[in-house]
Design a protein. Structure first.
Lengths: 118, 114
């Protein structure tokens, strides 16, 4: 199947700093990528949908100025957590789809990035 | 309210035993149904999906799931569990006519005893 990678796999940062997480589709072009957040022992919550060359669409309650998403190419989307605070500590997962029509448009998930803010 | 429910937070089974993970949904119409597995520190992998037709769906790694409309359920089963099956399992739905972005249940953690 299609492979999606994330970098870094884990990151620790100080409160107030910004952290960038990369999501890459390795063997396919992804018009659309998705960013999820997963708290311990909880489900994945969709944060935003990222389309190449356009602004991301954020889910209700997600601060777009805090979670900056850039989908600069068909194989790369980045999530930047700006001015991170301890409550931003979480597991961030991206996914990408093949751009197919309808239900054949399966999402492929990256391995996730563990962010810890001290 | 519309929801996806996985009533079991943890399930513990012995290696070689059978497994059933429960998933119920609450939507006005039958959604499209999925099961994903997440191994520690890794992303989600699709096990199987149901759109229509035969209500018993075969997936990868020896898993199967049965859609029961009358019970609004889509339970995941495996006849004989292997230690490598220990992971987090997520049921997910996609609403017909929607954006095809899955909504996930909270997950069930599978623990396998030797």
């Amino acid at each position: 199947g299609a492979v999606v990678s994330q970098h870094p796999s884990w990151v620790i940062c100080k409160s107030g700093t910004s952290v960038k997480i990369e999501c890459r589709s390795l063997d396919f072009q992804a018009t659309t990528m998705f960013w999820y957040r997963q708290f311990p022992k909880q489900s994945l919550m969709l944060m935003a949908t990222s389309n190449e060359g356009s602004k991301a669409t954020y889910e209700q309650g997600v601060e777009k100025d805090k979670f900056l998403i850039n989908h600069a190419s068909l194989t790369l989307s980045t999530l930047t957590v700006t001015s991170a605070h301890p409550e931003d500590s979480s597991f961030y997962i991206c996914s990408a789809d093949l751009g197919l029509a309808g239900l054949d448009n399966e999402q492929f998930f990256g391995p996730g990035t563990r962010l810890t803010v001290l | 309210a519309q929801s996806v429910t996985q009533p079991d937070i943890h399930i513990t089974v012995s290696e070689g035993a059978s497994l059933e993970l429960r998933c119920n949904y609450s939507y006005g119409a039958t959604p499209y149904l999925f099961w994903y597995v997440q191994s520690p520190g890794q992303g989600l992998q699709l096990l199987l999906k149901y759109f229509s037709g035969d209500t018993l769906v075969q997936g990868i790694k020896g898993f199967e799931a049965e859609f029961k409309r009358s019970q609004s359920s889509f339970n995941l089963r495996k006849p004989s569990v292997h230690w490598s099956d220990a992971a987090e399992y997520f049921c997910a739905v996609v609403l017909s006519g929607g954006s095809y972005i899955p909504t996930f249940g909270r997950g069930t953690s599978l623990i396998v005893h030797p």
